[in-house]
Design a protein around this ligand. Structure first.
Ligand code: PEP
Ligand code: MG
Length: 592
């Protein structure tokens, strides 16, 4: 079990904290300590003539909040039934609370402070009074007031999702945790990188950081208690370091390291247009993972051969509602066009687990990663699924779009998903709406149960993509986002290697191709193992593509096959890692 490491102080006054490297890069900036549960509400003087305007702002925010709550309530009622949805009735009552509104109006006129501040203060004190009452029902209402007031304040500020508006200069964010949707909404013009106390390399927040090309460190404890808002920090996403008050010497050394790295990157640039063939002529496709289709230039810049995984759920996490069919088509087409002449694999909504949004109406679950997630959610919300499938099929008229279903655990799920897809395709045909004649359909293999029946699944799909992030967590029973057990999260565990190998064999025996789109694909130390196991494609964050291409070009497939056979028989992950380190030092020392 990993414990927080002790911070190292030096004579110059700098203090070094160690966490887990989550996204490469180095940044220096003042640190902002962000605490999600405390809404950041500023206090501002207003003039007496501003009072009516402030009241109007509040009324508008209350209307908006009521609409949001009603929408969530309706979605919950559809999916879970009226009983569960009725918990939102208490929230609606808070929005309509006349006593609270009257108190806000009275205080606005006497205190002449901004309405966000007054509303927030009053809601907090109302909640506090309720908590002190000797009535369990009223005590529970206190948390409703807090929840609703957070939403109202956010609406008053007019910010979707979490509020990053308090940032007014380039900063490094330090937080206990950031949800994938927090990360997706970060203001990229101001955020230079981030650090979280919890999380691991394969948590979606870390994946998002790599996608945004932001340096990040996760699982770093003990910093938030001591650092002051605004202190200068240096964030090293390669080594997982956060350095408080870095000395001039440290900054100088980092400057040197960065220029050496830059020189290697420039050399790798030459590989952009090359393909990845092992020394004994085995061709492996190297494609990119895409999370937010805002900036697709890295695809071309890094020489991606298409998009092997488009995680569409991030489009569904932002905002107040799921995107419409037309909005989705626009985004899918944008990615498909950017990838031409290669293809893209659009993964249908993999919401749930650590990827949640209020409007998705997923109740709190004891084990979210084993719960209502991925294809289970889509089959339970056919209207959401159909809209997405329609959009993907319509975008397929571009000619290079494939579909992939996540979290398949048994053949019945695959068949139900395909049946809905076929119905959607028939509808489009009847409506005379263009779509591709043939759309390849694949599944993610990310649950051990699916890996073990890969021979049966392979007969019903065009390709497999192995989601190692989940496959490892489910095989080894290690929460992929929990830094406390990250030592047990072992990609080189013989059980993991055996499963991947058997999935590759099952795919090939059934004449379909198989890729890997989990984070294993971007870890250069593991490339020899994946090549030896027989994968046909690797899909990874664009920034890592040139390095992985180069590594493949130095390897001999037959030799790697022998290596993995040996690894599958070794009892410990550590021994396997050492074998892989030896291969890396021998074959591609220049890019390690
Ligand atoms: C995986 O599980 O490896 C994967 C690629 O999917 P995600 O990380 O989005 O769960
Ligand atoms: Mg997964």
């Amino acid at each position: 079990m990993s414990e927080p490491s002790t911070p190292q102080s030096t004579a110059s006054g700098e203090v070094r904290y160690k966490g887990t490297p989550a996204s490469p890069g180095v940044a220096i900036a003042p640190v902002v300590i962000y605490r999600r549960d405390e809404v950041t509400v500023s206090r501002r003087k207003i003039k007496a003539e501003d009072v009516p305007n402030e009241i109007a702002r509040l009324e508008q925010a209350l209307i908006h909040t009521r609409q949001q709550l009603q929408q969530i309530r309706a979605q919950l009622s559809d999916s879970l039934g009226e009983k569960d949805a009725s918990i939102f009735d208490a929230h609606l009552l808070v929005v309509e609370d006349v006593a609270l509104l009257e108190s806000v109006k009275a205080q606005l006129a006497t205190r002449l402070l901004n309405v966000d501040y007054i509303y927030h203060q009053l809601a907090k004190s109302f909640a506090q009074k309720m908590k002190e009452l000797d009535d369990p029902y009223l005590q529970e209402r206190a948390s409703d007031i807090i929840d609703v007031s957070r939403r109202v304040v956010q609406n008053l500020k007019g910010v979707k999702g979490e509020d990053w508006k308090f940032l007014d200069e380039p900063s490094i964010i330090f937080a206990h945790d950031l949800s994938p949707s927090d990360t997706a909404t970060l203001d990229r013009t101001l955020v230079r990188g981030f650090v979280t106390e919890v999380g691991s390399k394969t948590s979606h927040t870390a994946i998002m950081a790599r996608s945004l090309n932001l340096p990040a460190v996760v699982g770093l404890r003990g910093f938030g208690d001591f650092a002051d808002f605004g202190s200068e920090v240096l964030l090293d996403g390669h080594e997982g370091l956060l350095i408080l008050n870095p000395s001039d010497q440290t900054k100088f050394e980092y400057g040197q390291i960065e220029s050496r790295r830059h020189a290697v990157e420039e050399k790798l640039d030459e590989l952009r247009e090359t393909i990845s063939i092992t020394t004994d002529q085995r061709r492996i496709t190297v494609s990119a993972n895409v999370e937010l289709p805002e900036d697709l230039s890295p695809l071309r810049e890094n020489g991606a051969e298409g998009v092997g995984l488009f995680r569409t759920e991030f489009l569904f996490l932002n905002g107040d509602a799921f995107p419409s069919e037309d909005e989705q088509i626009r985004l899918y087409l944008k990615v498909a066009e950017a990838a031409l002449p290669h293809s893209i694999i659009v993964r249908t909504l993999d919401i749930g687990g650590d990827k949640k949004a209020d409007h998705a109406a997923i109740e709190a679950e004891l084990n979210p990663f084993l719960g209502w997630r991925g294809i289970r959610y889509c089959l339970g919300r056919p209207e959401v699924f159909r809209t997405q499938l329609r959009a993907i099929c319509r975008a397929s008229s571009c000619g290079n779009v494939r579909i992939m279903f996540p979290m398949i655990t048994e053949i019945g799920e695959l068949r139900r998903a395909r049946q809905i897809l076929n119905q959607v395709r028939d509808e489009l045909r009847e409506e005379g709406i263009p779509q591709a004649e043939k759309i390849d359909v694949g599944i993610m293999i990310e649950v051990p149960g699916a890996a073990l029946i890969a021979d049966q699944l392979a007969k019903e799909v065009d390709f497999f993509s192995i989601g190692t992030n989940d496959l490892i967590q489910y095989t080894l029973a290690v929460d992929r986002g929990n830094e406390r057990v990250s030592d047990l999260y072992q990609p080189t565990h013989p059980a993991v290697l055996r499963l991947i190998g058997s999935v590759c064999d099952a795919a090939h025996r059934n004449n379909i191709w198989v890729g890997v789109c989990g984070e294993m694909a971007s870890d250069i130390l593991l490339t020899p193992a994946l090549v030896g196991l027989g994968v046909d494609e690797l899909s990874l964050g664009s920034v890592f593509i040139p390095r992985i291409k180069r590594a493949i070009q130095t390897l001999n497939y037959a030799e790697m096959q022998n290596l993995v056979r040996e690894m599958q028989g070794r009892p410990t992950a550590e021994e396997n890692l050492r074998l892989l380190e030896d291969v890396a030092k021998r074959c591609f020392p220049d890019i390690l």
